[in-house]
Design a protein around this ligand. Structure first.
Ligand code: 7ML
Ligand code: ZN
Length: 873
């Protein structure tokens, strides 16, 4: 292990800071090689017995410390910052230090992205810029002066309003920014560079004019208009749905190519991974367009849920992230198809979050203990956190939920709050008791619901018995029953809905579960009903109910909720996947009843269903989704069974797929939900067709679509079908794509991803070869994720090869990235820490790789935290 032993921090150890900072004037003398920072802070004592000021700082070169304008000698530098002794109750602290942005490969703090300089401070990056109280409960007014070469950095940006600027000698210039809203330092941002700028304006409900500016690399102006459209839609939506208006005169977005995450909500100056800004039809797919809309919304919505009300400490991260993800999900749902959006979100939950909840990194949405905060920007905090907010929305209804939001802002605007504060506002505004519900914040693991029923024809009564159980997780041995909203509906055989009644009273369709076992009885049920359970996925749980095939086929057709139609199809597939996995393991032939194919054929040909929904139902669950059906995962069996289903669907529905494909060809490319739905369905058909046996004309069809497409959605869909079905044309198309796009990193990410997840037997060898491709570099997180991330996460057969070659490969990559970029390394390691989900042979090989990594010199805290948990017996 490394020398500075990692320290565990506990949520319950929170204490207020001894000092706070009310105002800070930052002065940056900027260059990529050396940047000098002068920070003048107004420091105020909070704890009267405190005389020592301890500031955080990392990899800084200290030049000077002054207190009230006089040099101060009584201080000591430590591993984690500086301790300044004998300080007065209230004073001005001036610190001068230097940093080297060009050497910053971790992309945390101030670093170089292409030709520009930019910052990323959440969670604890500001300490890489200057010595400071780097914690979210210290809120200061920031003023920032930036000086730099005018030629190299014509644009100098920071938070708030631009209040002054000027020219200096030797080709240098300066700009002064002032942010009127007090904020924690994680929301600080600085960007310097040369850009093209897309400008627009938004007039708020109160008639305030806001300048909108999107900064992109020169030459990319033609890819920035969708981001602007999305921004204006987001601003309008937040006013109408949440009653929230923007609060500064200017809102800026900067797109950079080198970025660890998706984007960042810095006050007035959002910084984005260029992947979530740049789009034109020739380079971006429909999914990219939707992703941009969602992320632009997400960051914009943080202005209220994150910035105006921020987090008291980092254990409260879900306070802003769960809530803001819920808000961006609702935004996307309102802009497009609510059902489609819900299905996409649930797929992520089931494939990624359920996996995390069953891993050594299992944690509640509000973690109890953390070694490296960057490790807790997780699907659990974000997506399960959003599900917890959504359940409150379900329990309260829109009106009471919005009353809760208003109370939350009334109480906490301008301050740093906790998850408890949020729930208290929801409870107080609604009068609905959330005391039991709060357990969702502190209990980890995916609850399992086991439902059984009984119909009594004589009494005309239908009885439902619901048991809940949460399996233990590595972080938590004891589990308690949760408050779970279970949304249900009953149907007659003709598809009519049966109203829920008990003893003459109408009962709400959302049942409130509180205990480990509960019984619900419904009267006046005149025939044995078919039940839809967990409508709209009303809680993030696994559901167990013994459906007959005929009932699932019925629900695929009659469920009033579109999500439930999709989910019935998923349950039907899950059943035959489980049967066939066991057949495969026993060397028996794989089979699928004709009736199942018929049910999917009916969906394919349905006139009533939305094309996008048909497309989703026809898309088989991913291998990762399927894996969560099993305690011990057999990647080969899962892959073979999934291939078998693809081929069976393709052969059995060949003519219908062909017809629907042709029926949904769109004319010229347009970004609207009707056309996107048609393209989704058409491309789902093409994908399945590619798996049909002995149909060589499909190869021609795929090539034709690839060559004739005027947009990336269709050309990539063709390429995808070719690679996944290993069509004869695949090498030629891959080669063409490379020729056309090799100079465009974002487009090449799609190409890397396709090959990383290819079913070809030598996928790993190909990935290794691609590490030296002209478009690849280990310095860019997007490239790493699209090639290596895609391989380790989405090519389970190759990654989990029984010779251990996949694990060894990841071990080598992590050895290199451990120092270079610990955050990116730490995200990549996830599939390697889940050894307990695999057979003994694989688990032993995985353990070996982890043990080797643990011995690395200077192992980062990020990797240490995960590896040490994975190796705990
Ligand atoms: C979630 C973000 C981070 C980390 C963005 C960084 C953010 C922290 C930041 C949903 C949509 C887009 C991005 C993210 C995401 C992991 C995921 N505050 O705004 O949450
Ligand atoms: Zn966020």
């Amino acid at each position: 292990m490394n020398l500075n032993q990692p320290v565990v921090k506990y949520r319950l150890d929170y204490t207020k800071p001894d000092f706070t900072i009310t105002d800070i004037d930052l002065d940056f003398d900027l260059s990529a090689e050396i940047t000098t920072i002068t920070a003048r802070s107004r420091v105020v004592q909070q704890n009267q017995s405190a005389t020592m000021l301890r500031l955080d700082g990392k990899d800084l070169k200290l030049i000077a410390v002054n207190i009230d304008e006089e040099p101060w000698q009584d201080y000591q530098l430590t591993d984690t910052g500086i301790e300044i002794y004998g300080v007065p109750n209230e004073f001005t602290l001036t610190i001068v230090n230097e940093i080297k942005p060009i050497d910053n490969t971790a992309l945390e703090g101030l670093y170089v992205s292409g030709e520009a300089l930019c910052t990323q401070c959440e969670a604890e990056g500001f300490r890489h810029i200057t010595y400071y109280l780097d914690r979210p409960d210290v809120l200061a007014r920031f003023s920032t002066r930036i000086t730099a070469s005018k030629k190299q950095y014509p644009y100098l940006l920071s938070n708030g309003n631009r209040i002054a600027q000027g020219e200096l000698s030797e080709g240098r210039h300066w700009v002064q920014w002032q942010d009127p809203f007090p904020k924690p330092c994680y929301l600080f941002a600085l960007v310097a560079g040369d850009f093209d700028v897309l400008r627009d304006q938004f007039v708020t409900g109160c008639n305030r004019k806001v300048d909108l500016e999107i900064y992109v690399d020169k030459g990319n102006l033609d890819r920035s208009d969708w981001a602007m459209t999305s921004l204006k839609n987001a601003m309008h939506w937040d006013e109408t749905r949440f009653g929230l208006e923007y609060d500064l005169d200017i809102f800026m977005i900067v797109a950079v190519d080198f970025f660890n995450m998706g984007a960042m909500e810095n006050k007035g100056l959002n910084v984005f991974n260029s992947k979530y800004v740049l789009a034109k039809p020739q380079t971006a797919t429909d999914d990219d367009y939707l992703g941009i809309e969602g992320v632009i919304g997400h960051e914009y919505f943080h202005n209220w849920t994150g910035n105006r009300v921020t987090c008291r400490d980092w254990f409260q991260l879900s306070l802003k992230e769960g809530l803001t993800v819920f808000r961006d999900q609702e935004f996307s749902a309102d802009m497009g198809s609510r059902a489609v959006k819900r299905i996409d979100d649930v797929k992520i939950l089931r494939s990624v979050q359920f996996t995390e909840d069953a891993s050594p990194m299992a944690h509640p949405i509000r973690p109890e203990q953390v070694i490296e905060m960057n490790n807790f920007y997780t699907v659990t905090v974000y997506e399960k956190g959003a599900e917890v907010i959504r359940m409150m929305h379900t329990l309260l209804g829109e009106d009471k939920f919005q009353a809760g939001m208003r109370l939350y802002f009334k109480r906490h605007d301008g301050s740093a709050a906790t998850c408890d504060d949020f729930v208290a506002a929801m409870q107080d505004a609604s009068g609905i008791d959330l005391s039991h519900f709060k357990l969702w914040y502190s209990q980890s693991g995916t609850p399992e619901l086991e439902v059984t029923d009984h119909y009594d024809a004589q009494r005309q009564q239908y009885t439902l018995t619901v048991k809940q159980h949460t399996p233990v997780t590595q972080d938590q041995q004891e589990k308690n029953p949760l408050h779970i909203p279970l949304d249900i509906e009953l149907y007659r055989a003709n598809g009519e809905i049966i109203p829920l009644q008990y003893q003459g009273q109408v009962i709400d369709h959302v049942l409130n579960l509180h205990q480990s076992e509960e019984v619900f009885t419904f009267d006046q049920v005149s025939e044995k009903p078919v039940i839809a359970l967990l409508r709209d996925f009303s809680a993030p749980v696994k559901l167990q109910y013994d459906y007959q095939d005929s009932e699932l086929i019925f629900l695929m057709q009659y469920a009033s909720n579109a999500f439930n139609r999709y989910d019935a199809a998923q349950m039907l597939l899950a059943k035959y996947i489980a049967i066939n996995v066991s057949h495969y393991q026993q060397g028996q032939p794989l089979t699928l009843p004709e009736s199942i194919v018929d049910a999917f054929r009916a969906v394919l040909l349905s006139e009533a269903l939305d094309c996008a929904l048909i497309s989703q139902i026809l898309t088989l669950p991913s291998e990762n989704e399927i894996a969560n059906q099993f305690k011990i995962v057999d990647p080969d069996a899962i892959h073979q069974v999934r291939q078998f289903l693809l081929v069976t669907f393709a052969n059995e529905m060949f003519d219908e797929l062909n017809a629907v494909y042709r029926h949904n060809l769109t004319a010229t490319y347009q970004i609207d939900h009707v056309d996107m739905a048609k393209r989704a369905l058409k491309n789902s058909c093409l994908y399945l067709l590619a798996f049909a046996k002995d149909q060589p004309e499909i190869d021609t069809l795929v090539v034709k679509q690839y060559e004739q497409a005027d947009n990336m959605t269709d050309s990539l869909a063709a390429l995808n079908a070719a690679v996944r079905a290993q069509l004869p044309c695949k090498d030629k198309l891959l080669h063409d794509f490379d020729d056309q796009w090799h100079q465009d990193g974002l487009v090449m990410d799609k190409w890397f991803m396709l090959q990383a997840t290819s079913p070809q037997l030598d996928a790993l060898m190909n990935v290794k070869k691609l590490l030296t491709h002209r478009s690849f570099t280990l310095n860019n997180p997007n490239r790493i994720r699209s090639l290596i991330g895609a391989f380790v996460n989405n090519n389970p057969v190759a990654f989990h090869a029984v010779d251990g070659s996949g694990y060894q490969f990841l071990g080598e990559i992590l050895t290199e990235l451990n120092q270079k970029n610990p955050q990116v390394a730490s995200r990549l390691i996830d599939p390697l820490i889940r050894l307990k989900r695999y057979d003994q042979k694989r688990a032993d090989l995985m353990r070996l790789t982890l043990e080797k990594l643990l011995k690395l010199d200077n192992l980062s805290r990020d990797l240490y935290e995960k590896i040490s948990k994975a190796l705990t017996v």
